[in-house]
Design a protein around this ligand. Sequence first.
Ligand code: SF4
Length: 335
Amino acid sequence: MKSVEEAVAVASEAIPEHWRVADPHEAARRIETIRALARRRNAVLLAHNYQLPEVQEAADFVGDSLGLSLEARKSGAATIVFCGVHFMAESAKILNPDKTVLLPNLSAGCALADSITPESLLKWIERYPDHTVVTYINSSAEVKALSDICCTSANAVAVVRSLPGDKILFTPDRNLGRWVARQVPEKEIVVYDGVCPTHDVLRDASVDMAKRLHPDAVVIAHPECREDVLAMADEICSTSGMLAAVERHPEARTFLIATEWALIHQLKKRFPDRQFIPADGCIGCRLHCPYMKMITLDTVERSLLENVFEITVDPEDAVLARRALERMMAVPRDR
Ligand code: SF4
């Protein structure tokens, strides 16, 4: 009980006050209840790095999209409670058709995934018929089903390099696509026009402001950030890659983190002697994803008690989307 309570209390000064756990003791009690329920139901709890810190603490595994996809596949549990957003739970269902996959709040969507539909993708495919379609995992099952291969931010460069063709249509994230294109200049990469608003809101001017306050800080940015922000970064990587990136800077004490703020919970747990600050440098921005924060301890508990909300995927889409996801999983992480 004590260690859970301590873990829940881990909060950097960077976490916005209204998101901090007001009562770590009560949160630890709720987490114990949730874990007992999960054991009784033979359920595994997977949480994305952007989940509320107390939800991360309740989970069996915390990670990025690629890591959680792999965990979903490995798990022997009959039920997967996916503490993340809708497309992630859908991916877990596609990879585990015989398991029950629950998303604790059906409103947990994703603006980036919603920026592309099967219809809009088909128009782009019509325009670029000779291109191999690489789709970021942040997309619906229907969109994945129309794609040749998926990728995550952890292996996007490796996925594009692994393809035999030189013409790529990269969807839906514009910033990630452009970053990949800069890493793989030998290929012609057409980039779709979607963005993640949580990352795309950040500007170099704001990072610069944070940098002036912390001139020695190492800047670590997610490739969903704009090019001007990435140009200021010392490290560019996926959320799980950021944990490894900190290890590459043993002398650095302070890090400016250009991704959703909740990742700082994992960073702070792993490196308690370092300081992690959201790289926003602006008032009230705090790099916050409202969709990820729709999952709370309340909704997770209800999910287990009432078996809600079960995720289903059209069987034909599932077969094609699984093929695209399996191709993705065969490609190793970028680093
Ligand atoms: S952070 Fe961006 S890409 Fe991730 S779930 Fe939120 S809106 Fe979607």
